[in-house]
Ligand binder design. Structure first.
Ligand code: PEP
Length: 248
């Protein structure tokens, strides 16, 4: 089964609400200079105001860029929102959808996340749909149930849509905490997601792991059969660390 699944490695940075024109310039220049065209695709998801800067710094290199959120709507009276078409105009390849900080701080529901993924696809972007359980949910033995619930409206979009997406498993208790899931804990969830994807004929969809990934722990995570790369927060702000994760 795996032999027909061509899942190229992907390491994506999520800058969150960090950066300034000057800081970004140094980071983007370092990524561009490394231009690590290799076995692993690399991209960065930057704050909206810095998309033009990322496009200008990374255009023509092997490093792609994208946004951290997208509106579920194509256009209209949605003050403060940014549409997929707008992101496309800035050369975005990616947009995150349903990062846990959006779910918890902005009340995004599972269906709202699926609507955003659909809107991203309609604009020609690759949505990177994030799922993950809280510590209480894990300790209550509900990890797989939560992932299943979060994925339900995503899987309902169907195999053709899934084939144009990336999924990211990010346990909430591991994001920004320095506490990473063990490779075995991550693989258990990635394996379950893979089974669900294969059931729909979408086993080739890449599933990234996210949650305190660093150069020091990346290789053991990437050795797991169903982990296809990483979504990296804090460590993506340091060029050398980020590139070493991709090299792993
Ligand atoms: C994230 O923001 O998606 C993330 C995984 O953050 P960190 O790597 O800092 O845990």
């Amino acid at each position: 089964m795996t032999s027909v699944e061509n899942r190229a490695r992907l390491v994506l940075g999520n800058w969150k609400m960090h950066g300034s024109l000057a800081e970004n310039a140094a980071l983007l220049d370092a990524l561009r200079a490394a231009d690590p065209a290799s076995h692993c695709e690399i991209g960065v998801c930057v704050p909206f105001p810095y998309l033009a800067q990322a496009a200008s710094a990374l255009g023509g290199s092997s490093v792609s860029w994208g946004a951290q959120d997208v509106s579920a709507h194509a256009k209209g009276a949605y003050t403060g929102e940014v549409s997929g078409a707008m992101l496309s105009e800035f050369g975005c390849r990616w947009t995150l959808a349903g990062h846990s900080e959006r779910r918890s701080l902005h009340g995004e529901t599972d269906q709202a996340v699926a609507d955003k993924a659909r809107a991203a696809l309609d604009a020609g972007l690759t949505p990177v749909v994030c799922v993950g359980e809280s510590l209480a949910e894990r300790e209550g033995g509900n990890t797989l149930g939560v992932i299943e619930r979060q994925l339900e409206p995503i899987l309902a979009l169907g195999a053709d849509a899934l084939a144009r997406m990336v999924l990211a498993y990010e346990p909430v208790w591991a994001i920004g905490t320095g506490r990473t899931a063990t490779p075995e804990q991550a693989q258990e969830v990635h394996g379950a997601i893979r089974v669900a994807l294969r059931g729909l004929g979408a086993g080739q969809v890449r599933v990234l792991y996210g949650g305190s990934v660093k150069a020091a722990n990346a290789a053991t995570l990437f050795a797991m059969p169903d982990i296809d790369g990483a979504l990296v927060g804090g460590a993506s702000l340091v060029a050398d660390e980020f590139l070493r994760i991709a090299a792993a």
